[in-house]
Design a protein around this ligand. Structure first.
Ligand code: PMP
Ligand code: GLN
Length: 390
């Protein structure tokens, strides 16, 4: 959590968005859409404010939203959490993940994540006083893939939690059934709980690729907490409505911690998200979002390739990893600090998602993450500017 000067460091997203604003750069760093979600969902929130949903909602979340989350898990995945005992509404996925780690891991425990990993994981594992171990994703011709032998080697008798993420930020990988089966087998063998971050569950970009929740694998429902949120699915990242579902004892543990983090949040947004999860018109909007993101992915990947980067085309999320080494840049962190001046574009160094000095950190040292959840003209402008790097 501490920078070299001893101060608590700012998240990479805050740092890079501030840099983009200060320099007038095209911001392909922090992942947030530049077009809001469905007007009907925004209207539902406005209606909820007008109808007086403005005081503390119930601790576990309003019943309509818990029911809508349970129905969503049933409809898409055949999972059937009890909305009253096995679903908890949180302040975004971030709080669900933080409360889960704080509830279930402490000093002496190991929490195993993929590497690279979303930056909040490292921070919350540190806050819990637990030890952070990782299993590498490696760039292959078929995309970033889990090194299953290294995964097996990363487990120990102290592995208390596996903090999984699919579709995966920052690589855009969607874990395959075989990769998930390996995680499940090892989690069972080591009696570890799996916390799975599935906030990009609906942002899968290729027809042949499917998101599979690890909780649907045999023997996993009883040891898995599944986390998601409204931010990515409905393009309302600022609303911070998330949820976690799983077995009652684990959800109760998360709720116990959650009470003292935020207690509750987002009263008028909860009914709006319940509406969004239930409404067929909104579901069609989400499918269109995924289709449009696939074309924006191709637009940015093709543009980055033409500009001289080497890219690994992602299967999901709204991020692409691009290697700047072919352009002569061997340090992504330095490049990202200089990129506003060099080209008027902001990206995020992939080493913000690695452990300093790890083999993944070394392998991805020259890589930059760019988001493509921006309008076509913004992507085109970014590519035109990046083409000057050659
Ligand atoms: N997990 C991942 C992998 C993310 O990329 C993000 C950021 N959008 C979050 C969690 C945070 O989600 P929320 O905004 O719902 O807290
Ligand atoms: N999840 C978003 C990203 O990876 C940003 C979230 C944040 O700013 N903490 O870019």
């Amino acid at each position: 959590l501490l920078a070299d000067d001893g101060h608590v460091r700012a998240t990479i997203f805050a740092e890079m968005s501030a840099l983009a604003a200060a320099t007038g750069s095209v911001n392909l760093g922090q992942g947030f859409p530049d077009v809001d979600g469905p007007a009907s969902v925004a209207q539902a929130a406005a209606d909820a404010i007008a109808a007086g949903h403005n005081q503390y909602p119930p601790g576990p979340g309003i019943p309509e939203l818990r029911r809508a989350v349970a129905a969503h898990q049933e409809r898409h995945y055949g999972l059937s959490p009890d909305p009253d005992r096995e679903v908890l509404v949180t302040a975004g996925a971030t709080e669900a993940l933080a409360a889960a780690v704080l509830a279930l891991a402490g000093p002496g425990d190991e929490v195993l994540t993929l590497e690279p990993f979303y930056d909040a994981y490292g921070a919350v594992i540190a806050l819990a006083g637990a030890t952070h171990t990782t299993a590498p994703l490696r760039a292959t011709p078929g995309g970033f893939r889990l090194d299953v032998d290294a995964l097996a080697a990363a487990f120990s008798d102290r592995t208390r939690l596996v903090l999984l993420n699919t579709p995966h930020n920052p690589t855009g990988t969607v874990l395959t059934p075989d990769e998930l089966a390996a995680v499940a087998r090892l989690a069972v063998a080591h009696d570890a709980v799996v916390v799975t971050d599935e906030v990009y569950e609906h942002l899968v970009l290729d027809p042949g690729v499917r998101h599979m929740p690890v909780a649907t694998l045999p023997g996993m429902a009883e040891r898995t907490l599944t986390v998601s949120s409204a931010g990515k699915t409905f393009s309302f990242t600022g609303w911070k409505i998330g949820w976690v579902s799983g077995p009652e004892d684990l959800v109760t543990a998360v709720r116990t911690v959650k009470q003292f983090l935020t207690y509750v949040s987002g009263a008028p947004f909860q009914p709006a998200v319940a509406f969004a999860l239930d409404d067929p018109g909104v579901a069609a909007w989400v499918r269109d979002l995924a289709t449009s993101l696939a074309s924006r992915r191709d637009r940015l990947c093709d543009g980055l390739t033409a500009a001289g980067f080497e890219v690994v085309r992602p299967q999901g999320t709204y991020f692409v990893l691009a290697d700047a080494a072919p352009l002569g840049f061997d340090d992504g962190a330095t490049l990202c600090r200089e990129l506003p001046a060099l080209a008027g574009v902001v990206g995020v160094p992939v080493t913000a998602f690695t452990h300093a000095g790890s083999d993944v950190d070394r392998a991805l040292r020259s890589w930059v993450r760019f988001t493509f959840v921006k309008r076509d003209e913004v992507l085109d402008e970014a590519v035109a500017r990046l083409s000057r790097l050659r």
